[in-house]
Design a protein around this ligand. Structure first.
Ligand SMILES: [Zn+2]
Length: 183
């Protein structure tokens, strides 16, 4: 079943006796756990920061921001957009787990720039129902970061909105570029 809303079926790995990707990752976890020592942290992020970022595979948040285990909450989705579910996580992050700073990170070359809300209509044509969620596609990444900052700053559930900054990560240089919320 192939539509413009899904990848071709032949892009999936073949089952040819090789371990599946999940089996490979579970194997890697055994090695990780063998060397793991419990740092004895509690659940509150050390730096009291929550990072909202795109799920893009080229963005290694911990490496790109010099973060260590336990430093921050990372909330990721397609686009790094501030949806109701992002607000749910940020509300819990601030009210139950003590974070005070919000950093928003979108990036160059995001998959959402090549989509439109037609994606939802294509899904409807294929499966007979339209998803309740918006695709949150965008054309101007700077403007989308501004909109995300605005959604955080105007949300009534979040008590800490003074320290909210937004950036675009360049997937070719690794550099963050800050977005001025007012321009
Ligand atoms: Zn992206």
């Amino acid at each position: 079943m192939t539509t413009s809303a899904s990848l071709p079926a032949d892009s999936a790995p073949e089952a040819s006796g090789d371990p599946s990707v999940t089996d490979r990752l579970v194997g890697a976890n055994r090695q990780y756990a063998a060397q793991f020592t419990d740092p004895g942290m509690d659940a509150r992020p050390v730096l009291r920061v929550a990072v909202v970022a795109c799920m893009d595979a080229r963005l290694d948040l911990h490496a790109a921001l010099g973060l260590e285990l336990g430093d921050c909450h990372t909330i990721r989705n397609a686009g790094g957009v501030v949806t109701d579910d992002t607000i749910r996580s940020l509300t819990i992050s601030q009210r139950a787990l003590g974070t005070r700073t919000v950093i928003l990170i979108h990036h160059t070359g995001c998959g959402l720039e090549s989509l439109t809300e037609d994606f939802r209509h294509e899904l409807e044509d294929e499966v007979g129902q339209r998803p309740a969620w918006a695709v949150e596609a965008f054309r101007d990444v700077d403007q989308d970061v501004r909109q995300s900052m605005q959604r955080v700053r105007t949300n009534p559930f979040l008590p800490h909105k003074d320290d909210v900054r937004g950036f675009v990560f360049d997937v070719h240089t690794g550099l963050l570029r800050e977005i001025d919320p007012s321009s």
